[in-house]
Write a new protein. Structure first.
Length: 327
């Protein structure tokens, strides 16, 4: 048997520094790092540890970081080990990212039962980073009970997190019915639980109305086979007061346990694995366009012809694809 990676044992032991280094390794684009990361992940694959993966998205200003810190702190207070993978948007121009989530979750980041890791989206669509799936697998191998995956924001593209998570939670702020127009139908259709945050003080009555609005909207959606009676649900919560968090956690566990008992958990994870296999194949094919010098040169020639008006874009693309078939 090949020698184990030096990070293998400390990750399995739950060493947070080793986990951070392992995530940095899987996020690297260097070929030698990619090979090492693949070997590390393969070595950890048989640990058979599973966490409850919770995807979390929300509209700007809804208080996602405040909610995650309050919710995560509540869970660690019960002895639950919590990992947070927060994806920050990257600049399309420079690729840079502020990575401020760890600062906003300072109390949770210092909790010995928690691990908070911000990652740049690196212009990756879907609301998650390119290697979030591998980071989730590392957190599971490290023995965390719950992995919270915070997406960049709310929108149609954030549905990609459903291909990683066991449960998807949509966090919204109190508002009138007009906000229903601002939330895409696609993300409503994948939500397992909608939490209306800031249900406190003067906003409490507004939050109650918002809960009723979204509950009505959910009743119009088609029933999904992976849901027990009563789901998806809409609940009011307050991250600042901590109210409603216990109830939300109880509903999450109820849904997860029902899906396990009825075979939906294993089926969803199998479907997700197949999805990411196809995504890796697509990513590898796209990488060939930039890594192979002959292919890159052919692409550049056809691009110049298209830009100069000498070739039709569709015809040039067909020629490029045909040449790849024989490559």
């Amino acid at each position: 048997m090949a020698d184990r990676d030096p990070l293998h044992a400390p990750v399995l032991a739950g060493d947070r520094r080793a986990l951070a280094r392992a995530i940095t390794l899987v996020e690297s684009t260097r070929p030698d790092h990619r090979a090492r990361a693949a070997a590390l992940l393969d070595g950890l694959r048989d640990t058979d540890r599973q966490a409850l993966r919770i995807g979390l998205s929300g509209t700007p200003g809804v208080g996602k970081s405040t909610f995650i810190e309050a919710f995560g702190t509540m869970l660690t207070g019960q002895g639950t080990r919590v990992a947070v993978l927060a994806v920050d948007p990257s600049s399309a121009r420079t690729g840079g990212s502020i990575l401020g989530d760890k600062t906003r979750m300072d109390r949770l980041a210092r909790d010995p039962l928690a691990f908070v890791r911000p990652s740049p989206s690196a212009t990756q669509l879907g609301g998650i980073a390119r290697r979030t799936r591998e980071a989730v697998a590392l957190c599971e191998a490290a023995g965390f009970d719950v992995v919270l995956i915070e997406t960049v924001g709310v929108g149609q593209s954030e549905t990609m997190v459903a291909q990683i998570a066991d449960l998807f939670v949509l966090l919204l702020a109190p508002a009138g019915g007009d906000e229903l127009q601002g939330v895409k139908r696609g993300i409503m259709e994948i939500a397992d639980l909608i939490l209306v945050n800031k249900a406190d003080g003067e906003l409490r009555p507004t939050a109650t109305r918002t809960v009723a609005d979204y509950a009505g909207a959910l009743r119009l959606l088609r029933k999904r086979p992976q849901d027990p009676p009563g789901f998806p649900k809409v609940l009011p919560v307050s991250a600042t007061e901590g109210s409603g968090l216990d109830g939300a956690w109880s509903e999450m566990r109820t849904l997860a346990e029902w899906r396990r008992a009825h075979g939906h958990w294993d089926r969803m994870r199998a479907d997700q694995a197949a999805h990411w296999f196809a995504e890796e194949v697509r990513a590898g094919l796209l990488a060939r366009l930039t890594e192979d010098t002959d292919i890159r040169a052919r692409m550049a020639t056809l691009a110049r012809d298209v830009a100069g008006g000498a070739r039709d874009p569709k015809a040039a693309a067909a020629e490029m694809l045909e040449s790849l078939r024989g490559a």
